[in-house]
Every structure is written in structure tokens, then in C-alpha cells.
Design a protein around this ligand. Structure first.
Ligand code: SF4
Length: 342
């Protein structure tokens, strides 16, 4: 991960002057900048973690090379987290597969036509849906990769919809032939389509997603609406100006708040720019993939967001996420007590 500022700590630790260097570097940073700290001293990692939690900065990545560790810190608080209002466990995310017909340059899970499928599978999804119905799940989100690449996507979505209202995230480009038949088989009152459209005109969308992608997505949006589905438009943007431009586009078409999602590019997966997010920045939204249970969909293949490799029983994997969340909160509370100044 590239950083705006590199700090080689040499032999310094928090006990021998590293804190002063950190503060000096922070003073010349802007909110959202990435500060990398490299050290071979074993104690620096735990100290940085505690310092970040206390100061409102976030430790977003670490890597080891030639016996030295490089930590990357995002300066300042993360931009507002729109997920924070959802109760833990009320929304369940399923990654059906990781392959995709597109190769977007910011994909947070590295999906592409050549990515291994890593399928969750209909049988497991049926079991998840059955158990989720008794665990307080009020909404299911099905994502990938591109879910409509799967031949059994109609069965998958029907199983989810029987348990809770279901939204499927799709690039909307595959609604023809067999996939159109799959779409038509779905219950309109229980399934919403969330289709990606990054900009009002093709240029920016296609720059990230490939030539012709905007026109094809727009056709998919119209087709899904024509089939009687509720369609939510989701834009991934890299600045406030892009977000505002997309908002105007939606306003002109009288597309209301419930049917729009505008989010920033996350610095995860293949993205080289975007908002760097750490676990502590994200309210957990239980996310299940073929590889296990993750803290949040935005990093559903990243080791720092893996909670457990055991999916079943689902009640136990939900409990594991809750325990991890409690540990995060306890840690923050303990630091607040340790650093209490009066
Ligand atoms: S961002 Fe979505 S459409 Fe693009 S490669 Fe990733 S999964 Fe596919």
C-alpha cells in the first residue's frame, strides 16, 4: 500500500522518542493521508495500535519484509460510516462467488473473469437462509463477483428471499438468455436489484469498468425495471464532486433516497486509491463467503477482517462476530480509562 509519508523509526520505540516523530509527521499530514512507519523493534506494533485507537487515527495495514514491519496509518477519522445505524446481525451478506465478467480497477475483492469462482453453493446458502430466519436477520444482501454468472442464481435468491427481503448486487450486464429467465423467476415483492452505475455518462464508469460497461448497465437497469423489479442505483465515487454530480443525475430522474447508494472507493482489493478502512472503522455486518465469516463486506477476503472459518452453526458464527465486536469496544474503553487525565 502506497503512503503519502514514510517514517523510518530506526531503533526508536514509544519509550525512546518515536511518539515525538509521529506527532511531527501528523502535523504535516492532511485528514485521510496515509502515514507509513517502518521498524524492526517488536514493541512498536502494539504501541502503534494503542496510540491509533486513542488518537482517532487508524492502523489500516501491516506487512513484514526482511525482518522489519511496515505499518500504514490513516490520519484522522474515517468519512461518515453510513452502515452505523444497522443493528449487528440484522443484515447478512453472502458472497456467492468471486468471479466476474468485469475487471473493475477498484474492486474491493479482486474479482475478474480470471478470479477463481470460490462458490458458496446452493446447499450451503439454503442452510444459511434457513438458520438466518431464526437469528433476527431482517435483510439479506447477495453479492460477488457477479452473482448472475451462476446457473443456480434463481434458486439461491429464492432461498434467501424466503428467509428475508433480499437485495442482489449486480453489474446488470447479463440479463439475457438463461440469466433473464433466472431474473423472471424471482419474487418481485421480496427481491431488489442493486445495479452499479458510477456516473451520469459513460466516460468515468467505463474508465473504471471497461468500454461499453455503462451502456450495458443502463440497458440492464431498464430491463429489470421493465420486468417489474425495484432497482436501486449504486455509484462508487472518488470525490465529493463526483457524488454531488451523481446526486443531481438521480434528482433529475426523481430517484429517491431509498433507491440510491453513493459510496467512496475503499482502499481494499485492487484499488490503488480510496478511503483506507480498518476494522475499527466499520460497524460489523456479518458477511459469509466460501472461506468463512468476515467482519464486513468491504474486505471479504482480507485476513484482518476474517472472524472465523466455521460458518455453521450460524448462531455460533454470529456469536463469534459479536464477541469480536465486544473485544473491540472493551479495548477502546480500556484505553479511554488508561489515558484519563483528570
Ligand atoms: S466491482 Fe463488482 S462488477 Fe467490478 S469486478 Fe468487482 S465484483 Fe465485478
Amino acid at each position: 500500500m502506497e503512503a503519502n509519508i514514510e517514517l523510518d523509526a530506526g531503533r526508536k520505540t514509544f519509550a525512546t522518542g518515536l511518539l515525538a516523530d509521529l506527532i511531527a509527521e501528523l502535523r504535516r499530514s492532511r485528514p485521510g493521508d496515509l502515514l507509513a512507519v517502518t521498524s524492526g523493534e517488536a514493541s512498536v506494533g502494539a504501541g502503534l495500535e494503542a496510540w491509533c485507537r486513542f488518537t482517532g487515527n487508524s492502523l489500516v495495514a501491516s506487512s513484514v519484509e526482511s525482518g522489519r514491519t511496515r505499518w500504514v496509518i490513516r490520519c484522522g477519522a474515517t468519512p461518515g460510516n453510513p452502515d452505523a445505524q444497522h443493528a449487528l446481525g440484522s443484515r447478512l451478506w453472502l458472497y456467492t462467488n468471486f468471479d466476474c465478467n468485469l475487471r473493475c480497477d477498484y474492486c474491493c475483492v479482486r474479482s475478474s473473469p480470471s478470479a477463481p469462482r470460490r462458490e458458496l453453493g446452493l446447499a450451503r446458502i439454503q442452510r444459511i437462509a434457513g438458520e438466518a430466519a431464526h437469528l433476527g436477520v431482517r435483510e439479506i444482501f447477495v453479492t460477488g463477483g457477479e452473482p448472475f454468472l451462476l446457473v443456480d442464481i434463481a434458486g439461491i435468491l429464492s432461498a434467501c428471499a424466503a428467509a428475508a427481503p433480499t437485495t442482489v448486487l449486480t453489474n446488470g450486464m447479463l440479463f439475457a438468455g438463461r440469466q433473464l429467465d433466472a431474473l423472471r423467476a424471482l419474487p418481485r415483492d421480496r427481491v431488489t436489484l442493486q445495479i452499479s452505475l458510477d456516473s451520469p455518462t459513460p466516460e468515468r464508469h467505463d474508465r473504471h469498468r471497461g468500454p461499453g460497461a455503462w451502456a450495458s448497465a443502463w440497458k440492464g437497469i431498464e430491463r429489470a425495471r421493465g420486468e417489474g423489479f425495484r432497482v436501486r442505483l449504486a455509484a462508487t465515487v472518488s470525490s465529493d464532486a463526483e457524488a454531488e454530480e451523481f446526486r443531481r443525475f438521480l434528482d433529475e430522474r426523481q430517484i429517491g433516497e431509498p433507491d440510491r447508494v453513493i459510496r467512496r472507493i475503499a482502499l481494499r482489493g485492487v484499488a490503488t486509491q480510496g478511503v483506507a478502512l480498518a476494522r475499527a472503522d466499520l460497524m460489523p455486518e456479518i458477511t459469509i463467503t466460501a472461506e468463512g465469516v468476515y467482519w464486513h463486506p468491504v474486505g471479504a477476503e482480507d485476513a484482518d477482517l476474517l472472524v472465523t472459518r466455521e460458518i455453521f452453526p450460524l448462531a455460533e458464527s454470529f456469536a463469534a462476530v459479536r464477541r469480536a465486536f465486544e473485544r473491540e469496544r472493551e479495548h477502546a474503553n480500556r484505553l479511554a480509562t488508561i489515558f484519563n487525565c483528570a
